[in-house]
Design a protein around this ligand. Sequence first.
Ligand code: 5GP
Length: 193
Amino acid sequence: MNSLQRRILTDGDVLPGGILKVDSFLNHQVDVRLLRQMADDFYAAFQNTKIDKILTIEASGIAIACYVAERFDVPLVFAKKGRHKNVGNDVLTAEVFSFTKGTSYNVTVSRKYLQPGERVLVVDDFLANGQAVLGLKKILDEAGCELVGAAIAIEKAFQPGEKLLRDAGIDVKALAVIESMSDDGQIVFRDED
Ligand code: 5GP
């Protein structure tokens, strides 16, 4: 069991509706030592892949992605939610349906930070229905970049995201793959070898 999995078992809270709350170490208060360990684990998983840039979505992906970008020694770009005047006009946009909020929102990246031909690793905190990663893929496709993989902290394998992403040809690596979660707090991880 890796550090993230252990931490989920000690400090994660299962909420009704298949939501895992990790506010005490990942999504609100942040354990930066854990993030550094996670970045090492992502590095081990993708070290044979050429990566030019990391891409994530604000807000909760940013902290994790900072450490991953540092580990790979490449820039981090984060997609902004909504339309921002200060991003400029030359932007790439995708609509994303939010699993936790139940509504859609736009994500925007300035075209100048994604150059054609760049090989990009997407990083996010959770994989649920796969819509966030697919939105980022649309932006990368439009930019002429190559999505080389999705580095996910926590994947909920009982939701359809993993299959959707794999069917789209995306190399998904998650540090904690949750097979099942019950309302009484029981969390079962997939055995990885
Ligand atoms: P997806 O786009 O794969 O449906 O959902 C991924 C996004 O929804 C993540 O970026 C994350 O912010 C949020 N999310 C999905 N499931 C959970 C969850 O169980 N707990 C938390 N805290 N966020 C989640």
